[in-house]
Design a protein around this ligand. Sequence first.
Ligand SMILES: [Zn+2]
Length: 375
Amino acid sequence: MKTVSAFFIILLSIISGQVHGQFVCNTITTTSSLKSSSFIDVTNYIPNDSTPVKYIRVNIHYMLRSPSDPLYPGNFTPTGDGLGNNYNGYQFAEDLINTANYRLSLNDPMRLPPGNSTPVLSRRYFYILNGVFFHEDSNYYYYPAQPDLKYRENNGEAVNVYITILRNSNEGGGGYAVLSGIRFVVLCGIWERYRSNIQDKGLWVAAHALNHEIGHNLSLLHTVLTWDGKCSDFVDDYCTDTPTRIEIRENFNIEACCGWNCSTGSNNMMDYSGEEAITPQQLGRVHWTLANEMKSYLWCEFVNYNININIFNANKSYIGRNVNFSNTTPIIINNNKALFINAEEVTINGPIEIWPGSLMIIGLAPNKSDFSTEG
Ligand SMILES: [Zn+2]
């Protein structure tokens, strides 16, 4: 296995003004061959019906204003939506992951090239909500904040997703994600979209933004857009089943790069149509990444075998094969805080108090001997 040292960042900005907004994507590329077709053995990782379904741990972080800010909170909180309603950040995180998983459960035929017979495969990967965090820190409130170094949780075991806020909400939204190293995603425009679409909570579009950005975490590149979101004839995503823009124009006289609400252009998840088609080779890259660089992000993989919980005073997510609660100190979960555990086995040795409005969520992963795994 090769190791990854280079650091890629992919930027997504969603320019709105329309009902569903418009994505424009930015990619910082390097001359490295990292992520090239020669680096990733795609064909051996294309999923089929017997490929085990993989679940990726995801932490949702809300970036709030500092309590001293007169406009506090300015985002979801543990008790509400920041707008006076009781629908809170835990519920939105759950709804976001559920909506994203629903979209991942579907796949559409590639629209391009016209008449293609590209197989439409089951993706065979989903997310698990691993933790929810609230950070009251105006220094990291506005996009493009860089909160990961300060606020990351479960380093290298969960994708940390930060929901930041646009300075100008008319811009609609945006985000960026890393293609290598410790995986994280920074999004913006999510709370703003919720605010302006209270009925559907803006979840469908937010789920697409999440799926696209985690797609970058999973080694996927744009197919017809450059790093700075411009349509480009020569973008190479190293997948031969995602046609380039120039191929489509020269052979079919069709503009592949035409954005949202365009029924003739690319409908690929890694373009900015809001649609989510994904090809076999793209899925090969995803499953290669999940079997190699991101194996430790899967909910049945454990870096730590034994974790002891002795104290709880702030939202926390613990990931360990065996998680043990101390018998020396009572654990009190109150003040709308939440304790998340992902383990194969949890042992409770002492008293635990969970107050109304607070949460303790235990996600028990199946023992690996209970099911087949990929090498
Ligand atoms: Zn992107």
